[in-house]
Design a protein around this ligand. Structure first.
Ligand code: ZN
Length: 347
């Protein structure tokens, strides 16, 4: 007779369930309608019911960090075979249709060939060729040793400069070219000579700084195509002291840190480059001599401050990404090399 005890069990279970349900209902009712208490203290903030927060769209999956633009442009071995143009600003841009400066010319040699930075806007390359020839013929300068210009497609570099990105900046050594062709190994290892007095960084060393250097810088600054020249403050001071006659050209020669092994020439934006951003004219007095250069000398000769207490080092500045460069730079980077350039790289 299995049915009777089974039925009894079912009834009992049903009754128990009903009691449980009643108890639950009663508990819910008590929670929903608490007895008001006039003396109830205000609830601590932690217990207060927060105001409803408007719904936010679901967060997108975090994007992986963008590759620094210097890695992308630093890997480009060939120029973008497009019409030449400088794009963007000297320190934030890129270069289409770059030309190489030949590694040897009648009055120049290119240094540090392994860097592949002898590329520039054709206007700068032509200017360097002309400038080297004029300095030799008219001033007796033995020839130029040319350092970094730009990468084949410009852009930020893996090492060194913040500028030199649009093919309009060139570094020229203050060491004159020797009267023989340097080997490739010498072009890697030869060191430039500093123009500074070893015991006083606010002065040039008159054993190495010559009137020839001053003529070379003056010739560069007199060119209408040159927007700026950067030199160490001690060099600027030497130019201020020795210049005679019209001093207008001195205004283009700007003091800056470093730049005592080489000087830096910056060209104006070429007419074929509508998206090239010019640099505003220099602030300050006309020739930049007097107080302006003296203040710079104070900065570079100031004894180093005592080491500050160890603090959390500031994070290094984030490298530029492709999104931070002019939009055209993406096309410059992506354009295929010309067949000749591609085969030259393979060789
Ligand atoms: Zn430079």
């Amino acid at each position: 007779m299995p049915h009777k005890p089974y039925l009894a069990r079912c009834r009992m279970a049903s009754a128990l369930a009903g009691i449980a349900l009643l108890a639950a209902t009663s508990a819910t009712a008590q929670t929903a309608t608490p007895t008001p208490s006039p003396a109830a203290p205000p609830q601590p903030a932690i217990l207060q019911v927060p105001k409803p927060v408007p719904a936010t769209p679901p967060a997108a999956a975090p994007k992986p960090p963008a590759t620094p633009a210097k890695e992308l442009f630093g890997a480009a071995r060939t120029p973008a075979p497009l019409q030449a143009r400088a794009i963007g600003f000297y320190a934030r841009g890129c270069l289409a249709g770059a030309s190489p400066l030949a590694i040897d010319g009648p009055a120049w040699q290119v240094m540090r060939l392994s860097r592949n930075r002898n590329w520039g806007h054709p206007k700068l390359v032509a200017w360097l060729e002309r400038f080297a020839a004029d300095a030799k013929r008219l001033d007796g300068w033995p020839g130029l040793l040319v350092g970094d210009i730009s990468q084949p497609r410009g852009g930020p570099m893996l090492t060194g400069h913040a500028s030199h990105q649009i093919g309009l900046d060139a570094d020229i050594w203050l060491t004159p070219m020797p009267d023989r062709r340097l080997t490739e190994a010498e072009r890697e290892s030869l060191s430039a000579v500093s123009m500074l007095d070893a015991s006083d960084k606010g002065r040039v060393d008159t054993n190495v700084w010559t009137a020839g250097h001053a003529r070379l810088l003056r010739r560069a600054a007199l060119s209408d195509d040159v927007e700026r020249i950067f030199v160490h403050p001690a060099i600027k001071k030497a130019l201020c002291t020795s210049a005679t006659g019209d001093r207008g050209w001195l205004g283009k020669v700007r003091p800056y840190f470093g730049h005592h092994f080489h000087f830096h020439v910056r060209m104006t934006c070429p007419a074929d480059s509508p998206t090239c951003t010019p640099q505003p004219p220099p602030a300050g007095n006309e020739d930049g001599c007097g107080k302006e250069v003296d203040d710079w000398i104070k900065i570079v000769t100031k004894p180093p401050e005592p080491e500050p207490a160890p603090a959390k080092p500031a994070p290094p500045p984030k490298p530029l990404t492709l999104d931070q460069l002019p939009a055209e730079c993406r096309l410059i980077l992506e354009s295929a090399p010309s067949p000749q350039e591609a085969s030259a790289v393979r060789r």
